[in-house]
Design a protein around this ligand. Structure first.
Ligand SMILES: Cc1cc2nc3c(=O)[nH]c(=O)nc-3n(C[C@H](O)[C@H](O)[C@H](O)COP(=O)(O)O)c2cc1C
Length: 174
């Protein structure tokens, strides 16, 4: 307990204490997935209150990987970079790092959320084999660059796998 308020590091990122806002889908992105003023206000309140680090809720890296949760974040195009830069600047004023949680929901989303048929790495849903195997290395660099340009720092916490392996690990029956 006495270590709770002591500085530490998360994958090389300095944190002033060990209190972390766990990745939480807040449901206050806009329809397209941009972070809203309400979300910035929430993260700012957490930072001001002294939390050591904030992990955002899931942000989809491709349109067809968006979560079916109501109005989830997206980070699938360069024009989103500026929005996330504003989020980062707001919380960095209080010395709080913020980690953007990137994700592709694979088959764990639905047609309504993505406006098409869900794709996944396994043959249960055929499209994904070509889709991710062909694109993942470059796509991964693109995700990393986007986060960097939004004043983020890209870290892969707890995973040495490729995006395909990571998707597979998080998806049942694949
Ligand atoms: C409303 C809500 C939204 C969540 N959104 C995410 C999310 O976007 N990404 C994620 O990895 N976990 C998400 N989680 C899981 C939490 O980060 C956390 O791991 C989970 O609540 C277990 O922690 P606890 O035992 O302290 O509640 C969410 C949890 C809740 C309750």
């Amino acid at each position: 307990m006495n270590q709770l308020f002591e500085p530490s590091s998360l994958s090389g990122i300095r944190v002033k204490n060990r209190i972390v806002r766990s990745a939480t889908h807040e449901g206050i992105a806009d329809e397209e997935g941009h972070p809203t003023e309400a979300l910035i206000a929430l993260y700012t309140r957490l930072a001001k209150g002294g939390v050591g680090a904030i992990i955002t809720g899931e942000a989809g890296v491709q349109r067809n990987g968006r979560s079916s949760a109501n109005v989830s974040l997206m980070m699938h195009r360069d024009d989103f970079i500026e929005d996330y830069r504003r989020v980062a600047i707001a919380v960095h004023r209080y010395g709080t790092p913020i980690l953007l949680q990137l994700q592709h929901c694979g088959r764990q989303t639905n047609a309504k959320a993505i406006g098409g048929t869900p794709v996944a790495p396994s043959s249960c849903v055929p499209d994904m084999t070509q889709n991710l195997r062909g694109e993942s290395p470059r796509t991964r660099c693109t995700w990393s660059r986007r986060v960097g340009e939004g004043q983020g720092r890209h870290r892969e916490v707890g995973s040495g796998g490729s995006p395909i392996q990571r998707c597979g690990a998080s998806l049942p029956r694949t």
